[in-house]
Design a protein around this ligand. Structure first.
Ligand code: PEP
Ligand code: MG
Length: 410
């Protein structure tokens, strides 16, 4: 593919903080990607920028386009060799995604189609066969939507807030669009039950001063109402994000004024899974404690609860392999900018599929209008997408998935 220019600049994310946008120009147009930013970041994530944002921008601007020879997904390794350690995870993700968008266009494909075509084992390049194959084999992810917030992402009310970071609804509609609508319905019902305090946090989830359990009761009631009154299904999940309130070997619960050690935390998480019939539990233990994750899976086996690694695994193939060896998780969060390399993102998803581990592609708490993760979700065949419910930067990804589904159904 002939590239005319590669540019980079800083843009503002949803928290009004600077992030990188990379632009790749070809004869077919300009292709842009901007990177998101985490707040409850994992200790083992790659750095967002080598030294700082300005340094990464300068480096990318100086890349000689004649040195770039890229025709397919695997050619991203040439880019990674070229940039080496001169840029961080945010910049590498934005650069690689923009190159893939340009390549997709060059090949007359949507980004998700191009990923399937050039990264699947049997790439059938004949167009009509390829289109038929996509229609037959593609699956849409289930949306996971943050509804009520606590922890690091939230300010709460009058100094009080739940300790858990995200209370999640996971709709189970017959189509992606129906799931999108169910999550929206669940979100507004939860808002009504919370009362009149209508502040929203970074991710568009409702703020509250209620305790973890009070919020879980509300989530449960909404789930029941959606089942009984609408004949639709929604599951409940939690991102405990427990590293953010772990210190000196203890989990410091402020909202309920309790400090729990490792064993008590396992018992507490297990009790919540059983009591609330949880479908999804992310980062219930701090990011180094592979063993407690494994014990929770053992304690709750037969319950079908997804025990999910985010800060634990940080989209890093080596940490993921360790989690598999130790049987710590049965689902993994995939955040492209945690690792930067889309080759590694692909590797993580392939390892997951081989080991029967569910994949959840995810946004960050600070987001932009970029919708790349929607295409990655379909292109890589992820089981879930976690990208919030409320707010423009979240909706843009969900709407992209609705559009993809519509196209696939035609
Ligand atoms: C998360 O912990 O899953 C999350 C989205 O938070 P952040 O982007 O702040 O890391
Ligand atoms: Mg998380």
């Amino acid at each position: 593919m002939k590239i005319n220019k590669i540019g980079a600049k800083s843009v503002l994310d949803s928290r009004k903080q600077k992030t990188i946008q990379v632009i790749v120009g070809t004869d077919k147009g300009d292709f842009k990607t901007s990177a998101p930013a985490g707040k409850s970041t994992g200790q083992y994530e790659v750095k967002s920028y080598a030294e700082n944002l300005a340094g990464d921008i300068e480096f990318i601007k100086k890349i000689d386009v004649k040195e770039i020879n890229i025709e397919n997904f695997e050619d991203l390794n040439k880019i990674e060799k070229l940039v080496g350690k001169n840029i961080g995870g945010n910049s590498l993700f934005a650069l690689e995604a923009s190159l893939l968008k340009a390549l997709a266009k060059e090949n007359g494909k949507e980004l998700y189609e191009f990923i399937i075509q050039t990264s699947s084992e049997s790439s059938d390049s004949e167009d009509s066969k390829f289109a038929a194959k996509i229609k037959k084999t593609l699956k849409m992810p289930r949306p996971i939507g943050n509804t009520i917030g606590g922890g690091l992402h939230s300010k709460g009310k009058g100094g009080k807030k739940p300790d858990f970071q995200e209370f999640l609804f996971i709709a189970n509609g017959k189509t992606f669009k129906e799931s999108f609508e169910i999550n929206n319905k669940a979100y507004s019902l939860a808002g009504k039950l919370l009362g009149f305090f209508k502040k929203r946090n970074d991710e568009g989830a409702f703020e509250t001063d209620k305790t973890n359990e009070e919020v879980l009761e509300i989530m449960e009631k909404v789930k029941r109402d959606i089942h009984d009154k609408c004949n639709q299904e929604v599951d409940i999940g939690l991102d405990v994000a427990s590293s953010s309130f772990y210190s000196d070997s203890r989990y410091l619960y402020k909202n309920i004024s309790k400090e729990l050690g490792r064993n008590d935390q396992i018992a507490y998480m297990s009790k919540i899974i059983k009591r609330y019939n949880m479908f999804y539990m992310e980062d219930p233990f701090e990011e180094n404690d592979f063993r407690s994750f494994a014990e929770l899976i053992y304690e709750t086996k037969g319950r079908n609860c997804l025990v999910v690694g985010d800060d634990l695994t940080t989209t890093n193939p080596e940490r993921f392999e360790k989690a598999i060896r130790m049987r710590s998780i049965n689902a993994i969060i995939v955040k492209p900018n945690q690792i930067g390399s889309l080759l590694k993102v692909k590797q993580v998803i392939e390892i997951a599929k081989k080991n029967n581990i569910k994949t959840i592609i995810s946004h960050r708490s600070g987001e932009t209008m970029d919708n790349t993760i929607a295409d990655l979700a379909v292109g890589f065949g992820c089981d879930f997408i976690k990208t919030g419910i409320y707010g423009k930067v979240r909706e843009v990804k969900l709407k992209r998935l609705i559009a993809i589904e519509k196209k696939l159904r035609r």
